[in-house]
Design a binder for this molecule. Structure first.
Ligand code: UD1
Length: 421
């Protein structure tokens, strides 16, 4: 079993380069199923989740090939299945994103209840509601979910009860081949939605309004091949910004779009970090304060504070002066890192969707487990400032979303190793 061993480290210093965004790459790879010509994707991050979605495409009959470490060619001319294998679905919830493209392309899709991080019930009712509004019939039993639209989909107005990222993406993809116009109201506004829309438009789709809460998609008959570069990963970037803050470091983060992480920048400034942005340059410098001040965060859909940075920020709050508060409004069960941080000496009390953190001057090393992807990152960050040694287990969660986190932190001077037990 592999583990990450972190020892108390000096303040992090230097430059770190951010990879392409996992949460953009996954839907865009799924969207490659919509056309028959070659798709070339650049800046695809080298992650376990990306490998899973490429394998899903292979199982459906698409060809996938790495042209270099971060460039992938996909050709979906010869799809031969509309069924996503259970073994892959259970590994990653985002595999569900192939449903929209398959429904659009083949008029049929069948899958299993998706897997992924165990953070709340994460139902898919909004995805299905969207497919139904476009005229699909839903076929559902205890383990299999399917949708059928043998005569094709028909555009309609769809109101999402919650601006779900995955549902917005799935409906957008399904609607690219629907007859007439589809309007998604209360759509998610995340940068990854905009990246997907830009990609679809390069393929010849007609998607307008991505990045606002109303997205209009006019159906087209055929999509073509294209080359597309995935946007930088704002969550990986935020994780390294917190790493700089927690270690009182001085880190410049390269390949970052600062407008994508405004709330994280604002909160880091509030706790006492010095943040320098550089005009027309895709980098940001973060200098951590001697002792950060406590603050409050409330996770919200974009452009609010991202739920995917909540755990890392909580790790930072454990050593902030005074009381900090976290309110998690996006997922119902996203405090699993609390018990692990408590093992390291953090003083945290949770009640429902709120956590109250009383800052302590120091943490202590402990044996902890990555309970989900971002929780894993949070524990690694906590380990950097904890006295002694922190051993983080179940790091397969971390591998789902961070490429070479150990190497990148070592490059900044962290005392960290990956070992096989
Ligand atoms: C995506 C991201 C994930 C991030 C999340 C919120 C990917 C691959 N994953 O996940 O990293 O944490 O956005 O920013 O991009 N919900 C429903 N019904 C549905 C769909 C969702 O009730 O049909 C609820 C979920 O249970 C959850 C909330 O909506 O409480 C947010 O989910 P959603 O925005 O769909 O997240 P994902 O697309 O799964």
């Amino acid at each position: 079993m592999e583990k990450i061993i972190v020892r108390k480290s000096e303040p992090l210093k230097g430059h770190v380069k951010i990879d392409g965004a996992k949460n953009s790459a996954l839907p865009i790879i799924a969207a490659s199923l919509l056309g028959t010509e070659d798709i070339i994707l650049e800046d695809v991050p080298n992650l376990a989740d990306v490998k899973v979605i490429l394998q899903v495409l292979n199982e459906l009959g698409a060809e996938t090939e790495y042209l270099d470490e971060n460039t992938v060619r996909i050709n979906s001319a010869n799809l031969n299945s509309y069924q996503t294998p259970y073994a892959l679905m259970s590994k990653m919830r985002a595999s569900f994103l192939v449903m929209g493209p398959l429904l659009a392309r083949l008029g049929r899709t069948e899958t299993h209840m998706p897997g992924g991080c165990a953070i709340g019930s994460r139902p898919i009712d909004l995805h299905l509601k969207g497919f139904m509004a476009l005229g699909a019939l839903i076929v559902e039993n205890t383990s299999v979910i399917g949708a059928k639209a043998e005569k094709g989909l028909i555009g309609d107005i769809i109101y999402l009860d919650f601006p779900s990222v995955g549902a917005t993406q799935n409906i957008m993809m399904a609607a690219t081949h629907a007859k007439g116009e589809t309007i998604i109201e209360n759509a998610a506004k995340e940068p990854e939605i905009v990246d997907l829309a830009n990609f679809l438009n390069k393929m010849g789709a007609d998607v307008k309004g991505a990045g606002t809460s109303s997205i209009r998609i006019k159906g087209v008959n055929k999509l073509r091949g294209c080359t597309h570069q995935i946007i930088p990963d704002r969550i990986e970037a935020a994780t390294f910004m917190v790493a700089a803050a927690i270690t009182k470091g001085d880190v410049t983060i390269d390949n970052i779009i600062t407008s994508h992480i405004r709330p994280v920048i604002a909160k880091l400034k509030e706790i006492g970090c010095t943040i320098t942005e550089f005009e027309n340059e895709d980098k940001v410098r973060v200098v951590g304060p001697d002792r950060p001040r406590g603050t409050r965060i409330k996770t919200l859909p974009y452009p609010g504070f991202p739920t995917d940075v909540q755990a890392q920020f909580m790790a930072l709050m454990t050593i902030c002066e005074g009381i900090s508060k976290v309110e998690e409004t996006v997922f119902e069960n996203r405090f699993m890192h609390v018990a692990e941080l408590q093992k390291m000496g953090a003083l945290i009390v949770t009640e429902g969707k709120e956590a109250r953190i009383a800052g302590v001057p120091k943490l202590k090393g402990a044996n902890v487990k990555a309970t989900d992807l971002r929780a894993g990152a949070a524990l690694v960050l906590a380990g950097l400032i904890a006295d002694g040694v922190t051993s983080v287990g179940d790091i397969y969660h971390i591998d789902r979303g961070y490429n070479n986190i150990v190497g990148k932190l070592r490059g900044l001077g962290a005392n960290i190793d990956r070992i096989t037990d």
